[in-house]
Design a protein around this ligand. Structure first.
Ligand code: UDP
Length: 328
């Protein structure tokens, strides 16, 4: 656990209304928009910021006109001006799928570095608590399995994933520096593979790729021999864990994810079954630096957040498939 600040150098929090006020960067993205929904349901006023590069207004359109919701279209690498008090800053903005960050390597590096700096600056100025959405990617192609938070990772800084992995590693370092130097209250969550409605059909990640291929009865493209493993967490479980982390007292980093591990080939078979598809499986080359195995150790989340995932894969897939069925 990173050391807690010995003395707080952050200005006393400004006078608050009784209603908590949250700023969510990346608030129109897949996870950001689910977080916004949860915060509003729990009584927060929410200001969502997104430049809509990979986020979409479609994810927040249902909140249009809601008295507790405001949207600002802005790139978070630029100065963030928010009027009035802020209690919580949730920094979720970033391209998050391998093909997105291959296409947008510099924006990915900038939002993880400059964007994190701006979001931390906002939290410091407002005396707000700050949470960074970090990632299992900071473990790279892990040599420790399952991944515990004290593992430092195995990342290729100049490989195709380096822009994302290193930006998130920088973001964690910057977050801890603001805690130590400025006494900002910070939280670090390491998010493992997550799925659910509002993923982009074409973001290239395995869940939307396989589901859309299956619904169209097209070949399911398994990369490599499909022996690499992943562990898939349903979005509502994930957001609940992150909410508990922010409101609790543990600064993290804490892994949030589902420890149910399966091979990508098993996952392809599960998708064919769940969709009743006639698709067959085809094998394509494994992308460079694709992690061979990934499963979160969630002991810290269980102990400190009293959290573990509840939604079984079949139930989560049913909701996700229903979402994509309306869009293929
Ligand atoms: N994958 C695959 N076929 C696809 C897309 C992805 O076999 O059409 C594999 C990919 O190589 C990786 C796993 O599925 O091993 C998960 O990929 P994703 O892009 O969802 O996220 P990652 O966990 O690699 O960041």
């Amino acid at each position: 656990m990173p050391p807690q600040p010995t003395k707080s150098r952050v200005s006393i929090r400004k006078a608050r209304s009784t209603q908590p006020i949250s700023v969510v960067t990346g608030g129109a993205g897949f996870l950001g928009s689910h977080l916004v929904d949860l915060l509003i349901a729990r009584g927060h006023k929410v200001i969502a910021i997104d430049n809509l590069v990979t986020g979409s207004v479609e994810n927040i359109v249902h909140l249009g006109g809601h008295p507790d919701f405001k949207f600002i279209k802005q790139d978070v690498t630029e100065f963030l001006f928010i009027a009035g008090p802020v209690d919580y800053v949730w920094h979720f903005a970033s391209p998050a799928s391998p093909i997105d960050y291959l296409e947008l390597p510099i924006q990915t590096l900038k939002v993880g570095s400059l964007g994190t700096h701006k979001a931390l600056g906002l939290a410091k100025y407002k005396g707000a608590r700050f949470l960074i959405a970090s990632t299992s990617e900071i473990y790279g192609d892990p040599l420790v399995h399952p991944q515990t938070e004290d593992y430092w990772g195995n990342v290729n800084p100049i490989g195709p994933r380096g822009c994302y992995d290193e930006a998130k590693r920088f973001a964690e370092a910057m977050t801890v520096a603001y805690q130590r130097e400025h006494g900002v209250e910070t939280r670090i969550v390491r998010i493992f593979n997550t799925y659910g409605p509002r993923m982009r059909m074409n973001d290239g990640r395995v869940v939307p790729a396989f589901i859309s291929q299956a619904l169209r009865h097209q070949p399911i493209t398994v990369f490599g021999k499909g022996r690499q493993t992943r562990s898939f967490c349903y979005c509502s479980d994930l957001i609940e864990g992150i909410y508990r982390l922010m409101l609790g007292s543990h600064p993290g980093p804490i892994n949030i994810g589902n420890p149910h591990e399966m091979t990508v080939l098993e996952f392809a078979e599960e998708i064919i079954r769940a969709t009743g598809s006639k698709s067959r499986i085809v094998f394509k080359p494994l992308p460079q630096d694709d992690p061979k195995q990934r499963r979160p150790d969630i002991a810290l989340a269980q102990q400190f957040l009293k959290w573990e995932p509840k939604v079984p894969l079949a139930a989560g897939l049913e909701k996700t498939i229903a979402y994509f069925r309306g869009r293929v």
